[in-house]
Ligand binder design. Structure first.
Ligand code: BGC
Length: 374
């Protein structure tokens, strides 16, 4: 009798536990945590084609994204950790994160706006990166799951948060559509003039996270120019033509084909870590920024945005120390990021498209990652 009860209990707990796990293998319970009085959780979106997207309101992070290959086999195509503790203690701070208030770098952590000098934390060599020490990627957002396919995150960032002026009300809406699009809409308003540049920092590997590097991924970037940088990765202010350089991805080319060319900009970035100036038709809002194709799995990802730029970063700072989901190490160039954005250090470059947001204006940014197979 005891034995029957015991085996029943084991069977029940197995059913219960396995039921909890997502298609990606993630256990949502591993994301339940109270942080400074706020509750972090994992939310799951699903579409009719079986795609599954999980997002935690800790930093608005995309944790997993299950996408089929050409034979219908699903893999998780984004890097990340399998628990909230992973995100709190991991080496890489930005896996999948919502980045703000200012995605990318601001030179020497300072800028002038309306004749006032502002100082923000320097957290990347001599510069400020991705919103500071406790940027939006480190905060617990208020979350509302509107449906199986939509999650809404909101936050009020107080005046002088991380040194940025103005109380900012921010909203991010994530949608997983039946057209296999992961769309991310950002909106914000402020009560004082400020600067803003929001983006998502997903690290993609279309072979599946942790499976192999991305040097064979075929990349297209719809940009005739990029913004060259100094050795600390701050734009010089020039818009340089990509033609005849390893930065020309107007015709699709593998990430690895020219990454070891002798080019000063590749030395500075340890590879690609640059902002591209997107080609736009006049008054064009959302347009194709980039596409990535994995010839092995057939997975194809297109990136659309209304932003003027995209940062192409190919995991040059990953070193295999980051142990991610399913205990897989993430090695050198094992993923790529395509971060839709305004140009780096725009607050110090009046010649770049403006990142200033004033009271009464609505900031609005869109990024869409669309998946298919070829
Ligand atoms: C930057 C890289 C940086 C990475 C951190 C990218 O957006 O361009 O230089 O190392 O973020 O995750």
């Amino acid at each position: 009798m005891k034995l029957i009860t015991l085996s029943l209990l084991i069977a029940l707990s197995f059913v219960f536990c396995s039921h909890q796990k997502l298609k990606s293998g993630i256990d949502p319970q591993a994301f339940n945590k109270s942080l400074n009085g706020a509750t972090a959780k994992l939310f799951t979106l699903k579409n009719k084609n079986g795609l599954e997207l999980s997002i935690t309101n800790y930093g608005g992070r995309i944790v997993s994204l299950m996408v089929p290959d050409r034979s219908g086999k699903f893999e998780d195509v984004v890097l990340g950790y399998s628990s909230l503790d992973g995100y709190l203690n991991g080496n890489e701070q930005y896996f999948g994160a919502a980045i703000g208030r200012y995605g990318n770098r601001i030179a020497k952590g300072g800028f002038k706006l309306d004749d006032v000098n502002y100082k923000i934390a320097v957290n990347n060599g001599p510069n400020a990166l991705h919103g500071g020490i406790k940027g939006f990627s480190m905060k617990v957002w208020d979350a509302k799951q509107n449906s199986d396919q939509e999650l809404e995150l909101t936050m009020v960032s107080p005046d002088m948060d991380e040194g940025y002026p103005g109380m900012l009300k921010v909203m991010i809406v994530y949608r997983l559509t039946d057209q296999n699009e992961v769309s991310i809409y950002y909106s914000a308003s402020t009560n004082k003039p400020t600067v803003i540049n929001l983006t998502n920092h997903s690290y993609f590997n279309l072979h599946g996270a942790g499976n192999k590097d991305i040097l064979d991924h075929v990349l297209m970037i719809n940009a005739d120019h990029f913004t060259p940088v100094d050795p600390t990765l701050i734009p010089t202010g020039k818009l340089e033509p990509v033609k005849g350089t390893p930065f020309d991805f107007t015709t699709p080319a593998t990430v690895g084909s020219r990454i070891n060319d002798k080019h000063e900009q590749l030395t500075f970035g340890l590879g690609y870590d640059h902002n591209f100036v997107l080609n736009k038709e006049k008054d064009q809002k959302i347009s194709l920024a980039a596409s990535v194709y994995d010839p092995i799995s057939g997975r194809f990802m297109q990136v659309f945005t209304n932003e003027p730029g995209v940062q192409f970063y190919c995991g040059n700072f990953l070193k295999g120390k980051e142990i991610g989901k399913e205990n897989k190490p993430y090695g050198f160039r094992s993923a790529l990021c395509l971060e839709t954005q305004h140009f780096p250090d725009s607050p110090n470059h009046p010649e770049f498209p403006s990142v200033v947001l004033r009271p009464g204006q609505i900031y609005s940014s869109a990024c869409m990652y669309k998946f298919s197979v070829k």
